[in-house]
Every structure is written in structure tokens, then in C-alpha cells.
Design a binder for this molecule. Structure first.
Ligand code: NAP
Length: 346
């Protein structure tokens, strides 16, 4: 009898122990899951993380959800008071500037002079635009202190074979002691070699920040592990008809600032985009122009703008984009205009 009782007691103790262990295991699993979901909630709300890209890739139809996340971008370090963004290189860059593609000679010189006089402090040029000399001259002739101006130039794939020569040429043409930012204009043969040459100039303090242009998700995935200094900027085609809503959050998740080219669709397409009914209606609400609405939409998506312009009236208009704010609904109305319609081949 005694032996049976001892056996029973042992079984009861064994079962109680099992129950206690199960409770502890369930408790630990529950706690871990809770922590994980808190973490992913934080990630989703605080940034346009890489997960957003994956969601989009797996479910390309869920565009509006993505668009509103992009529209509410809050991981960009954009400071609307100083109108600058702090780059991962530590330098501040203006949120709006002037693009100079297809501006040469006096038209270019006058456009830069006029832009500087109107308070524009960000200038985008490139070896390929053939206007670095005029831009350097306009900067030197202006009364604006050099350190207030942020100059971006780019070297072209045909130059990647001999990048030092290309970089020196940019210095010669611009006639500047330092260059604020240099980009690789496109992916191409020897792009890593060219980037590494630019890295040397950064270490010597001659170039302040580096960047890329026309690099998308796949190109970045391949390129970034091969270089040392993280790019500060990626300049890509972005306008209401080509929004890159899959690419922008990915780039931003890497701490790289996105800058858009062809904000008005590029020459030959501007009247269609600026005349777009949805954009024009929103512009009416604020008593501003369609151009201003497009630039503001970019800024609220965390995209730096460099509209190309030669007309001084356009310069003033395109700078006056900080006095109104688009609502989430208006942002989404413009987001829904995306047609994946690229206006250039790259
Ligand atoms: N990285 C790359 O591969 C790449 C490629 C292309 C361009 N980009 C850069 O991006 C910049 C912007 O592109 P983009 O200049 O070709 O095209 P864009 O900015 O889309 O359009 C320029 C056109 O818009 C007009 N415009 C400007 N402001 C306006 C306003 N407020 N109202 C009405 N019209 C206005 C300009 O006219 P006016 O001249 O009469 O003022 C010009 O005809 C380029 O200048 C370049 O710096 C880079």
C-alpha cells in the first residue's frame, strides 16, 4: 500500500512539474512574440523599411498602401525650418536647388546668377552637361560665400576607366577648391573603381560627400558591399507619372537621401504634368502653381528637388514651396497618378 501511495505522489509531482514547465515555456513564447510585434510595429511606423519594398515586390497591386507609407515618410532628416537635410556624411544639403541639364553658355551663367540671387544654394551639374565652367564662373562672380553653396557634379561612365583624370577635370572646370558632392552618373563598367577613386578625394577632404545616380534596388544591392564610404545621395527620375514608390523607401532605409530628376517630367513633357487636372485642382486650393505643388509633394515624400529652369520667374516660384503643406489625402491623390511612365531610358 505504502509503495502504491509513494508511486501516486511521484506521478502527481511529475505532472505538476510538467505543467509548471509548460506554463514557463508558453509564457516565454508569448513574451517574445509580443516584443517582436512591438519591434516590427516600430519599424513600420518610423521608417520606410526594406520590408516595404518586399511587400511591394510580393504584392505589386497593393499600391495605395505603399503610397501612403511613402507619403508619410518620416525617416529623411528633412528640416523644413532650415530647409536642409543632414547627410550621412555629416554635411547639410539644401532641400531644393536648380538643375542645369541642357543649360549652357550665357543661359546657364545667367540662370545660376539669378538662382543664387533668389536664395537658391544647391546646384546640380555634370561633366555630361558641358556647363561646369559657366557654373564655376557664376559662383565665383556671385557675392554668395562659397561655403553657403552646395555644388553637385557627376562623372560619366566613359570616364570610369581613368577616374582620377575625370575628377581632376571637374575641379579644373568648376575652378573650386572643394566639391560638395560628386556622383557616378550611371552604373557602368569600372563604376566601383571610379567610386573608390572618389573615396580617396573624400579622405583628402577635397570632395565632401559621394553619391550615385540612376542606381535602383538591384544595382545598389550589388554595389554597396564593394565600397567603403556609404553614398549620401541617389539621384533618380521621379515625377507624378514615374514615382518609384518601390525604390524610394529602399534607398531611404539605407540612410541615403533621394533626389529626383525631371520633377516636371523633363522638357517636352512639362505641359502635360503641369496641366494635370488633379495637380491643378490641388494648386488652386493653396493659390500656388502646379509646379509648386509637385515640388512640395516631392519634399513631403522625402525627395530633394532640383528642377531645371532658365526663366527667373520660374526660379522664384520654385523656391517658394515652404508656405503650404499638402494633406495626406492630397498626397495620395498625386500618388495615384503614377503610370510607371519613364521619360528617359536610364
Ligand atoms: N542624373 C541624371 O541622370 C539626370 C537626368 C536628367 C536630369 N537631371 C537633373 O535634373 C534636373 C531637372 O531635370 P530637367 O531640367 O531636365 O527637367 P524638369 O525640371 O522636369 O523640367 C524643366 C523644364 O521645366 C520648366 N519649368 C521649370 N520651372 C517651372 C515652373 N515653375 N513653371 C513652369 N515651367 C517650369 C523649365 O522651363 P524654363 O527653362 O523656361 O525655366 C524647363 O523647360 C536637370 O536639370 C539635371 O540637373 C539628372
Amino acid at each position: 500500500m505504502k509503495g502504491e501511495e509513494i508511486m501516486k505522489n511521484k506521478i502527481v509531482i511529475f505532472v505538476v512539474l510538467i505543467l509548471i514547465i509548460m506554463c514557463i515555456v508558453i509564457g516565454v513564447i508569448y513574451y517574445k512574440n509580443k516584443e517582436q510585434s512591438k519591434e516590427s510595429e516600430k519599424e513600420m511606423s518610423s521608417s520606410n523599411s526594406q520590408n516595404i519594398v518586399q511587400d511591394y515586390d510580393n504584392d505589386g497591386n497593393d499600391k495605395n498602401e505603399i503610397n501612403s507609407m511613402v507619403a508619410n515618410s518620416d525617416n529623411t532628416n528633412f528640416n523644413f525650418e532650415t530647409r536642409t537635410v543632414k547627410l550621412n556624411s555629416g554635411y547639410e544639403m539644401p532641400l531644393n536647388g536648380i538643375g542645369t541639364y541642357s543649360l549652357t553658355g550665357d543661359i546657364c551663367y545667367n540662370a545660376i546668377t539669378s538662382a543664387l540671387n533668389s536664395g537658391v544654394r544647391l546646384i546640380d551639374t555634370a561633366y555630361m552637361y558641358g556647363n561646369e565652367e559657366e557654373i564655376g564662373r557664376a559662383i565665383r562672380d556671385s557675392n554668395v560665400p562659397r561655403e553657403e553653396i552646395f555644388v553637385i557634379t557627376k562623372i560619366y561612365p566613359t570616364q570610369y576607366d581613368n577616374p582620377e583624370e575625370a575628377i581632376e577635370m571637374a575641379f579644373d572646370k568648376l575652378g573650386l577648391d572643394y566639391i560638395d558632392m560628386m556622383l557616378l552618373h550611371h552604373p557602368g563598367t569600372n563604376d566601383v573603381k571610379a567610386y573608390k577613386a572618389m573615396e580617396k578625394y573624400v579622405k583628402e577632404g577635397k570632395i565632401h560627400s559621394l553619391g550615385l545616380s540612376n542606381w535602383y534596388v538591384e544595382e545598389l544591392e550589388e554595389f554597396l558591399p564593394q565600397i567603403e564610404i556609404m553614398p549620401s545621395l541617389d539621384q533618380n527620375e521621379i515625377h507624378p507619372y514615374y514615382q518609384e514608390n518601390d525604390v524610394i523607401p529602399y534607398i531611404q532605409s539605407k540612410g541615403i537621401v533621394v533626389q529626383g530628376w525631371y520633377p516636371f517630367g523633363g522638357r517636352g513633357h512639362t505641359s502635360e504634368i503641369l496641366g494635370d487636372e488633379t495637380i491643378s485642382k490641388i494648386a488652386e486650393n493653396y493659390n500656388v502653381s502646379s509646379a509648386q505643388v509637385i515640388l512640395r509633394w516631392n519634399l513631403q515624400k522625402g525627395v530633394v528637388v532640383i528642377p531645371g529652369l532658365s526663366n527667373p520667374d520660374h526660379i522664384k516660384e520654385n523656391t517658394d514651396i515652404y508656405g503650404f503643406e499638402l494633406t495626406d489625402e492630397e498626397m495620395n491623390q498625386i500618388n495615384s497618378l503614377d503610370r510607371n511612365e519613364k521619360h528617359d531610358w536610364y
